[in-house]
Design a protein around this ligand. Structure first.
Ligand code: SF4
Ligand code: F3S
Ligand code: FES
Length: 248
């Protein structure tokens, strides 16, 4: 059964743009990305929208739908009220290239700043040993599809462009946690997470966790444990004593 719905889609570039109204056909079982594709195929062939897998796995189609950060390919039209207008806008935290496509290079720059896995150089191939618990704990973090909805929604950078330089966002603080939890990683990432990646800016609002399409418990399982490890390091009496006598 098909019906006609009103879509308001943001059209323009970083400097200038507006919401444009479209009346568009919607069929049973469709998602918002289907409707955007129908618009491209009919009345808006030049509309820019980024997508790839259409299965919630590539993280490309992140947009804001009625103000909520979502994957367009996983947002079912049946979740809206009858007659409800649907507004689709680009992610607010990143600069718009055109229409619904943003420049998310901030995220790739932050990814490059996280020191990579650093095993003991004296370990020979086959000598690395891990407990099953250490394998399972960060497994959840590896479900990340890099949609950057978490970074987009975090108030630390959403409304404060000036914080971007000093804040890696929940996605990459979670990456720092994943490496910090690795028993064979020799780097100590706790103080750089605090001092360089902006862990202290996070006041545990949990908005990142709420929007994660992979249901990763970013705050509870990554950010809070990392904060606890930083506190352990900072208030460890041996570390304090070592810093006083110049050993640490
Ligand atoms: Fe997306 Fe979740 Fe990964 Fe953040 S942690 S980038 S919301 S999948
Ligand atoms: Fe931001 Fe998530 Fe912390 S939304 S404030 S990183 S809990
Ligand atoms: Fe791949 Fe939506 S198109 S996650």
């Amino acid at each position: 059964m098909s019906e006609t719905r009103t879509f308001k889609v943001w059209r323009g570039d970083n400097g200038d743009g507006e919401l444009v109204d479209y009346k568009v056909e919607v069929n049973e079982g469709e998602v918002v990305l289907d409707i955007l594709h129908r618009l491209q195929a009919t009345e808006a062939p030049d509309m820019a929208v980024r997508w790839n897998c259409k299965a919630g796995k590539c993280g490309s189609c992140s947009v804001e739908i009625n103000g909520q950060p979502k994957l367009a390919c996983m947002c079912r039209m049946s979740t809206f009220e009858d007659g409800e207008e649907i507004t689709v806008t680009p992610l607010r935290t990143f600069p718009v290239i055109r229409d619904l496509v943003c420049d998310v290079s901030y995220n790739y720059e932050k990814a490059r700043q996280i020191p990579s896995f650093t095993p003991d150089p004296d370990l020979e191939p086959g000598e690395m040993r891990m407990q099953q618990a250490d394998v399972e704990r960060p497994q959840e973090f590896r479900k990340c599809i890099e949609c950057f909805l978490c970074n987009n929604v975090c108030h630390v950078i959403r409304d404060h462009e000036e914080n971007k330089e000093h804040f890696s966002g929940p996605r990459f603080l979670m990456r720092a946690t994943e490496l910090e939890m690795h028993p064979e990683d020799t780097a100590d990432r706790r103080m750089i997470a605090q001092d360089e990646f902006g862990l202290g800016y996070c006041n545990i609002t949990k908005c990142c966790t709420e929007v994660c399409p992979e249901n990763i418990k970013i705050t509870d399982n990554a950010l809070i444990p990392l904060k606890e490890r930083v506190a352990d390091r900072r208030y460890d009496p041996l570390v304090w004593l070592g810093s006083k006598i110049g050993l640490r």
